[in-house]
Design a protein around this ligand. Structure first.
Ligand code: SF4
Ligand code: ZN
Length: 355
């Protein structure tokens, strides 16, 4: 059966059906609609004001690649300027190839790129060293927890270094739904209540952060990358398979098969959650070491580093810090249904169009 006409331009043949609406569109109209929706998210949420210097957390993966590309398209209309900030966690055989993809993107799109390394920021600690230190400690499956806390800090430092006023990350709707599920499964009410919205306004002196792709489904992010022929890196980090997030991801796929709106329903449910007064955690104070927001004497990053430096990583993430355990990577672990890609970036096999 021939593909129907594009429901938007009524000229070209449709190349896909939008996963949620079922609307048949050609590639050009789909990309235009995707960009318009991100623009609406940014403008309606007042996420990036005119004049903002925006640090894009660039990992070389599909989400941050799509985010950087879309924001570059929208930058003149939004009146913002972009900087790419990549974090080198020090993961042998993985991050170097991903950083190579970021460097290609920066060169192609003529965007300034800054790379910040854990080893430089955190007294020589790399993720590989953290993994060795935690091996056999009972925390060896929590590499992503350490990494997530340190990466947040590193991205903040990199953004400040390049003079950014705002930080954006590429979390999509599926990532956010997984996080909501994980927080439910852990019974972490505090994180559930904080997890709603499109970002954080920059409490405690931190730069404002937002997630312009938070309402975009992972499938559409992949389709956008396909139709725009974006070069990205999609190998899985060596530490990803152990993460708790993988279980939430599997569960979400099952839920979505039974109820296609499950992803967005979960994202919106987090926006509407409110904690009973008795369940609210005390307001955070400032870390006694670095001044960042902290619910205890030390912020999460300083507590993790403190434990590592003392050779007792269990000190850093334990029962007292419920919710930190096994955070898992929101994006480095690529979904199984994505097109395979070579390290060089071009797709080894394209996503199968709906027609
Ligand atoms: Fe860090 Fe992501 Fe690797 Fe986990 S999967 S260790 S969060 S880079
Ligand atoms: Zn601190």
């Amino acid at each position: 059966m021939p593909a129907p006409q594009c429901a938007s331009c009524h000229k070209a043949r449709a190349a896909l059906r939008r996963p949620r609406s079922g609307q048949a569109l050609c590639g050009t109209c789909f990309c235009a609609a995707f960009e318009a929706e991100v623009l609406h998210t940014v403008v309606a949420g007042r996420l990036l004001p005119p004049g903002a210097v925006v640090a894009v957390g660039a990992s070389g993966g599909k989400d941050s690649t799509v985010l950087a590309h879309v924001l570059r398209e929208l930058a003149p209309r939004l009146g913002i300027s972009l900087r790419l900030v990549a974090v080198d966690e020090g993961i042998g055989g993985y991050r170097d190839a991903a950083l190579a993809a970021v460097r290609r993107q920066a060169a192609r799109w003529e965007l300034p790129l800054t790379v910040v390394a854990y080893a430089d920021l955190f007294g020589g600690w790399t993720m590989d060293a953290v993994a060795r230190s935690t091996a056999g400690s009972g925390r060896s499956r929590s590499c992503c927890t350490f990494c997530g806390v340190l990466r947040r800090r590193a991205l903040e430092e990199g953004a400040r270094f390049v003079g950014a006023t705002h930080v954006v990350t590429g979390h999509n709707a599926d990532d956010m739904a997984e996080t909501v599920l994980m927080n439910f499964l852990r019974g972490d009410a505090g994180r559930l209540a904080r997890g709603g919205g499109l970002g954080s306004p920059g409490e405690g002196g931190a730069l404002p952060r937002c997630r312009p792709l938070q309402l975009a489904s992972q499938k559409e992010v992949v389709l956008y990358a396909h139709f725009r022929r974006l070069d990205y890196f999609s190998e899985e980090c060596v530490y990803a398979p152990e993460a708790f997030r993988g279980h939430a991801r599997d569960l979400l796929k099952l839920l979505e098969a039974a109820r296609p709106s499950a992803v967005l329903d979960l994202v919106h449910s987090a926006e509407r959650l409110a904690l009973a007064p008795a369940a609210r955690p005390p307001p955070p104070g400032a870390c006694t070491r670095c001044g960042a927001l902290a619910s205890r004497a030390l912020c999460q990053a300083c507590a993790l580093l403190d434990g590592l430096n003392r050779g007792r990583p269990r000190l850093a993430i334990g029962k007292g810090r419920r919710g930190l355990d096994e955070e898992g990577p929101p994006r480095e672990r690529e979904p199984e249904q994505e097109p395979e890609r070579e390290r060089s970036g071009r797709p080894a096999s394209e996503p199968v169009p709906a027609f």
